[in-house]
Structure formats: C-alpha cells, structure tokens
Design a protein around this ligand. Structure first.
Ligand SMILES: CC(C)(COP(=O)(O)OP(=O)(O)OC[C@H]1O[C@@H](n2cnc3c(N)ncnc32)[C@H](O)[C@@H]1OP(=O)(O)O)[C@@H](O)C(=O)NCCC(=O)NCCS
Length: 183
C-alpha cells in the first residue's frame, strides 16, 4: 500500500495539482471507508446520517465487490483524497445509471476535479454500454451550488417533486445522456 493511502483530505495549505496530475483509481481499499467519510464530512454539506451512508456504500463494495452495484472513482493527491464519485447501474433498468455521490475536498474545489470525476464516471458507463446517468438533489437554496455543478456539466432537470423531502424541500432529478459524451 502506498503512503498516499494512509493520508486523509488535502488542506488549504496542501499543494493541489491539476486533474491531469492526480492519481486516479477505481479499485476500492479498506482505508477508503474512513477516508470517504472524512472527505464527505469536510465538505460540510452532509449531515451525520448522510456521512454514514457514504461510508456504508464503500463498505458494501468491500463486501460484495462490483455485485454491490456501488462503483467508485477516486482522485488522490500526495496529501490524501481530493475527490471521489460513487455510481452504479440502476436495478431493473437496462442502460440507466445513478450518480449516488460526488464530492471534492474544499481545498481542491473549483479546479475542474468534479468535472474530471464525472468524465471518468461517464467513460465507465459508456464502456458498459450505459446510456443515461441520473442524479438527485434538493431544491433548497443550500443546494444551489450543487445544481449549478450539474447544470454546467451537461445534466438537464428532468423532474421536480415538490415537498418530497419536507414541506418546501423538493427533490430535483437530473438526467444526462452519457452516450453523447462530454462533461
Ligand atoms: C459539486 C462539487 C463536486 C463540484 O466539484 P468541483 O471540483 O469544485 O467542480 P469543477 O471545478 O469541476 O466545476 C465544474 C463546473 O461546475 C461549476 N461549479 C462547481 N462548483 C460550483 C459552485 N459551488 N457554484 C457554482 N458553480 C459551480 C463550475 O463553475 C464549473 O463550471 P464551468 O467549467 O462552466 O465554469 C464540489 O463542489 C463538492 O464536493 N460540493 C459539495 C458536495 C456536493 O454538493 N456534491 C454533489 C451532491 S452528492
């Protein structure tokens, strides 16, 4: 195991390389469960329950492998995990995939790493002859940056389910045709 695997999340003082010089991998390692939890917590975007779910998806993969339906792309720097994405085929569909999670460490954001993670997710889906990628988020103001990310990376709003999460907090479903390529 490399030294990289023992480190956590890059800090504002870390040197953050461009997406091209990051270390990319798709295999899932034991240490990733804790590191993903740390990365997701560092974004201060997710509550305790959501952080636990992000960790459980990694653990599910560690137990069942690809049969878990939770597949990963990790982007690492020498200082730790810069970002990751979790996606997988949607059960009972033929070519549709779900983007369960995408997160970039605060110190590494706005450098194209989220877009690069998504590009790798889409390439993997295309390899599996998948055609559509779905993502969901909240309609709340707090999630405006997340919606902006999806809209700038080629997703379209496919549906709004008003009051889905709570009164005044709807669910927005985004869709992207990955067969067209580009993110
Ligand atoms: C959303 C997130 C993954 C984006 O990662 P990132 O590496 O900062 O994004 P990129 O630098 O690749 O940006 C890609 C595009 O999205 C836009 N974007 C990204 N974050 C944005 C923000 N906070 N506000 C507005 N636009 C944003 C960028 O402007 C860029 O568009 P452009 O190339 O047309 O300028 C990252 O901000 C994050 O982890 N956020 C918290 C967790 C989250 O919301 N995850 C998604 C739901 S699971």
């Amino acid at each position: 195991m490399s030294a990289v695997a023992n480190l956590a999340v890059p800090t504002p003082t870390s040197h953050v390389p461009s997406p091209e010089s990051l270390c990319w991998r798709t295999d899932v390692r034991m240490a990733d469960a804790a590191r993903v939890a740390e990365l997701v917590a560092a974004t201060v975007f997710f509550n305790t329950e959501e952080i636990a779910i992000a960790r459980e998806l990694v653990e599910e993969h560690l137990i069942k492998g690809r049969a878990s339906g939770y597949w990963f792309v990790f982007a690492e720097t020498a200082d730790g995990m810069a970002g990751y994405a979790c996606f997988g085929p949607i059960p009972a569909t033929v070519t549709s995939y779900h983007l369960y999670w995408i997160a970039v460490a605060p110190a590494c954001q706005a450098r194209g790493i989220g877009r690069a993670l998504l590009g790798r997710v889409e390439a993997a889906i295309r390899e599996g002859v998948g055609t559509r990628l779905y993502a969901e988020t909240s309609s709340r103001l707090q999630y405006a940056p997340t919606r902006e990310f999806y809209e700038r990376t080629g997703f379209r709003r496919a549906a709004l389910l008003p009051d889905y999460f709570a009164p005044g907090d709807g669910k927005i479903i985004y869709e992207k045709l990955v067969s067209l390529g580009g993110s």
